[in-house]
Design a protein around this ligand. Structure first.
Ligand code: ADP
Ligand code: MG
Length: 263
């Protein structure tokens, strides 16, 4: 078997954007991620589901470099980045949103996106005091806001935004750094039906442009959006498959789909 054929057999034709191998992280006696192996293909929307406490956020934190794994490896576009600092991973093209919002509340939506562009490029945030110096960057920031449907809200302070608008802004902030892989940790948590529908439409529009790892409890959205779904239970990945395979898999149904998620 040639090297290319082996690669095709492993990841369905293209080298994976992200390859996690045997990633383990324990907090004392609690094993939060238990030898997790997972691949995200270029342009794939890969959903990660599992009950609360399954280790989904811990996995994302390890991919971003905020939590150091006990063992295992993380490769991003072929490069081993298991020991790389978070800001360097971001510079390589990892973008993320958080389960708890990290926006600057007193800044406008536009300023939040500008800040992300600047810090992503490794510069200080001096332009916020003199945006005219950076007309091109302001135009870029406005584009990101428009991309997520907040084009009309450029001058609004974050503190005045609704919950759904903040979630959209978080995605604009992540997109501002031109990521190759987006890690989204429960972007629909706490949203009403209309806001969830808006978020689902946005993710459908982003799908294919970026590889996306989506942690989400809203199974309607997951089933509508995902190319593949991985199921994490007690830190272990018990299955990866297509929507149809997940729906009909007995162990997955018993472990997860049978029980109502709690948030
Ligand atoms: P999920 O995102 O799937 O709900 P988490 O990754 O947040 O799960 O948590 C997995 C498990 O690890 C939980 O039992 C949680 O309490 C524990 N945990 C997460 N972070 C820490 C930490 N920093 N210290 C100790 N325990 C943690
Ligand atoms: Mg979580």
């Amino acid at each position: 078997m040639t090297k290319a054929a082996i690669g095709e057999a492993i990841c369905g034709g293209a080298a994976p954007t992200l390859a996690i191998d045997n990633l383990r992280k324990a907090f004392g006696a609690l094993v939060a991620t238990d030898s997790v192996t997972l691949e995200i293909r270029p342009g794939e929307l890969h959903a990660l589901i599992g009950p609360n406490g399954a280790g989904k956020s811990t996995l994302i934190s390890q991919i971003c470099g905020e939590v150091r794994p006990d063992s295992g490896s993380i490769r991003f576009n072929g490069r081993d980045m298991t020991r790389l600092k978070p800001h360097l991973r971001a510079r390589l093209g990892l973008g993320r949103t958080f389960q708890i919002t990290q926006l600057c509340q007193d800044f406008t939506t536009l300023e939040n996106v500008l800040l992300s562009i600047e810090t992503g490029a490794g510069r200080s945030s001096g332009m916020l005091s003199n945006p005219r110096r950076n007309v091109g960057l302001v135009a870029q920031a406005r584009e990101r806001l428009t991309e997520v449907g907040l084009g009309e809200q450029a001058g609004r302070r974050v503190a005045t935004l609704g919950h759904g608008e903040r979630r959209l802004l978080e995605i604009a902030v992540a997109l501002a750094r031109r990521p190759k892989l987006l890690l989204l940790d429960e972007p629909m948590a706490g949203l009403g039906p209309e806001e969830s529908a808006a978020m689902t439409r946005l993710l459908a529009a982003l799908k294919g442009q970026y590889a996306i790892l989506l942690v989400e409890h809203d199974m309607g959205a997951v089933f509508a959006l995902a190319d593949r779904i991985s199921v994490l239970v007690y830190g272990r990945r018990i299955f990866t498959g297509t929507v149809e395979e997940i729906r009909t898999h007995p162990e997955v149904r018993a472990a997860y789909l049978g029980a109502e998620p709690t948030c």
